[in-house]
Design a protein around this ligand. Structure first.
Ligand SMILES: *Cc1c(COP(=O)(O)O)cnc(C)c1O
Length: 309
């Protein structure tokens, strides 16, 4: 398991490549949610999501160990983050994407200097392809969440929240594969254990909810939730034990609740967030956090959305 020291190290490693994102406050959302509502704004992060934190921590190590080539398997935020940081560090990157990936996502990867390789429609097809490409070219495959350096990189968000805000009671975090929340849990529970951390999943992508209930990693069939960053079918083997040890609560939100939350944040706060971020706001708006009049920080994990053409 990672420890807070790994996260402090990650913070030092990645400092000059990422933004320390602001924490926004909203009086209107505070009123609606019945808590003082703060928002850790990773939608304003480089490449539009927090994924750049873990990716940078990992790719830096690859480069130090003389990797001359980087691969990843993701058409989403992780793929964009890896393409961006590899390019910054002067190493070629190939991102393996599904054959039906959206043009806008491919364009973002290309704009960050990444090469595109199309392969299949499932991650079961893309992962081996990306790993094989890496081995063939003296390269490193960069996993999206189940990796100590990735988890430590995402955990830097937890340290920043505790520093930026004095009286935090609850931190609310979306759960996909669990890299983001396992890093944040480690940072918070090993420094200020009284701060509660609550995870959120879409009802239709409740693999971590089921895994915690069954006390073992449990996979679900594919899902089509609009929160496309949370579509993983099971938690990671390294991330899951961290959740089992530290997580205070996990709540589920419906597709309708996610859409309403995303819209409300745009309307009231003028912030463009993606559905994977909106799950945290949805949980707060619908009274699912089980607290009132507390200082709540929702992690807005990303802002990459397709707004027509
Ligand atoms: C990847 C991602 C998540 C989920 O992160 P995990 O580390 O997979 O749990 C949440 N929100 C956004 C915007 C993401 O890109």
């Amino acid at each position: 398991m990672i420890i807070v020291h790994d996260i402090l190290q990650a913070r030092e490693n990645i400092a000059k490549y990422i933004h320390k994102t602001p924490i926004l406050h909203s009086s209107q959302l505070s009123e609606i949610c019945g808590n003082e509502m703060y928002f850790k704004s990773e939608h304003l992060q480089k490449t539009g999501s927090f994924k750049i934190r873990g990716a940078t921590n990992k790719v830096l190590q690859a480069v130090q160990r003389e990797a001359t080539y980087i691969t990843a398997a993701s058409s989403g935020n992780h793929g964009q983050a890896v393409a961006y940081i590899a390019n910054q560090l002067g190493v070629p990157a190939t991102i393996v994407v599904p054959v039906d990936a959206k043009e806008s996502k491919l364009n973002a990867i290309k704009a960050y200097g990444g090469q595109i390789e199309k392969c299949g429609t499932t991650s079961a097809e893309r992962l081996p392809r990306a790993k094989k490409l890496a081995t063939e070219h003296n390269g490193w495959f960069i996993p999206p969440y189940d990796d100590p350096l990735i988890m430590a990189g995402q955990g830097t968000i937890g340290l920043e929240i505790l520093e930026q805000l004095d009286h935090v009671d609850v931190v609310v975090v979306p759960i996909g594969g669990g890299g983001l929340i396992s890093g944040i849990l480690t940072a918070i529970k090993q420094t200020k254990p009284k701060v509660k951390v609550i995870g959120v999943e879409p009802e239709t992508a409740n693999d971590t909810y089921l895994s915690l209930k069954n006390k073992k990693i449990t996979a679900i069939p594919g899902t089509t939730t609009i929160a496309d960053g949370l579509r993983t079918s099971q938690p990671g083997s390294m991330t899951f034990p961290v959740l089992q040890k530290f997580l205070d609560d996990l709540v589920l939100v419906s597709e309708e609740e996610i859409k309403r939350a995303q819209f409300l944040v745009m309307e009231r706060m003028k912030q463009l967030i993606e559905p994977s971020s909106a799950v945290t706001v949805a949980a707060a708006m619908n009274g699912k956090l089980g607290v009132q009049n507390k200082n709540v920080v929702c992690v807005l994990s990303g802002g990459n959305v397709d707004i027509g053409k």
